[in-house]
Design a protein. Sequence first.
Length: 155
Amino acid sequence: MDIEDKIKKQDRFFLYILPAFFIGLSAYVFIMLEFDSLSLIMVVPFLLMAISFHFKHKANISFRKIQSNGEGDYDKCIALAHSKGWEILATEKKQKIVAHTSGTWRSWGELIIINFFENCLLVNSRPSPFKKASIVTWGKNRINFKAIEAVVKSG
């Protein structure tokens, strides 16, 4: 299974399958408890979980834009990846970097995708589909983004 297929498989799970499971569970509880007030109290947490999983993962897969002058950004990002100990999974010269971080107490690891354009970078840092499934990284995505932004704007 290549990198893109693994990523898409996890995206489908967190965006559609898990929320659908919680919605189905909510409907089942609501019907089995015969539509009384207790069933409503039992259904609300499941619906909140379905909504939160969908929107949190949707936020995880979105790209953030970094303005740059376009000169040497690729080499700076490769150097940053090596200095931080990120494993580079795939790269297309001057166009794209896909890197993987190691696990810490905050997360199992993140998948970082950097797309290069003439005057900007599109950066995505998210929980890695190659480690244990998770939806939060306790600030590691923000730390990775800030590190990339600092290195690009430094020169």
